[in-house]
Design a protein around this ligand. Structure first.
Ligand code: FES
Ligand code: FES
Length: 166
């Protein structure tokens, strides 16, 4: 079957066998930030944004993204450098093995788009579907809070747009 969708801003088409998951589709297209941690919706390491909301790519079929917008961690950094969320989580010491990091970043983008100034409890709730076996979450939460403060201070959204641009 043929799937046509937008991946990190680029119109993308792929031919996949029926039953292919979104995780398999994205990894096959080179978006290897989408990690196969459990393939059954338990770990969040495959989280991506589908039309701006975090979803577990292992639980969706490739055909479900037809005509839709998908964003992976590959779409966070730009030519200038790391996305503020990536930099803040890194600076806070929230990356050890890094396996969970892309999924956590995408869950955090979803969170900050909905709640630009989240409390610690809201950050932890936003990460409830993401398992990290290394850091104990404290530094990850610190990094997300730092990123929220930095975005607010610079008046930017997670897309790099000026807040209020829509
Ligand atoms: S690989 Fe999708 S939730 Fe674990
Ligand atoms: S940094 Fe290793 S699983 Fe999170």
């Amino acid at each position: 079957m043929r799937v046509s969708f937008t991946l990190n801003g680029t119109v993308t088409q792929a031919e996949v066998p029926p039953g292919t998951t979104l995780m398999e589709l994205l990894r096959g297209l080179g978006a290897v930030s989408v990690k196969d941690g459990c393939a059954r919706g338990d770990c969040g390491s495959c989280a991506v944004l589908l039309d701006g909301r975090a979803v577990t790519a292992c639980l969706l079929f490739a055909g479900q993204v037809e005509g839709r917008q998908v964003r992976t961690a590959e779409g966070l950094a730009d030519e200038v450098g790391l996305h503020p969320l990536q930099q803040a989580v890194l600076d806070a010491g929230g990356v050890q093995c890094g396996f969970c990091t892309p999924g956590i970043l995408m869950a955090a983008v979803d969170l900050l788009d909905r709640i630009p100034d989240p409390t610690e409890a809201q950050i932890r709730e936003g990460l409830a579907g993401n398992l990290c076996r290394c850091t104990g979450y404290v530094k990850i939460v610190d990094g997300i809070r730092d990123a929220a403060a930095m975005l607010a201070a610079t008046g930017r959204t997670t897309d790099g747009e000026e807040a209020g641009d829509g």
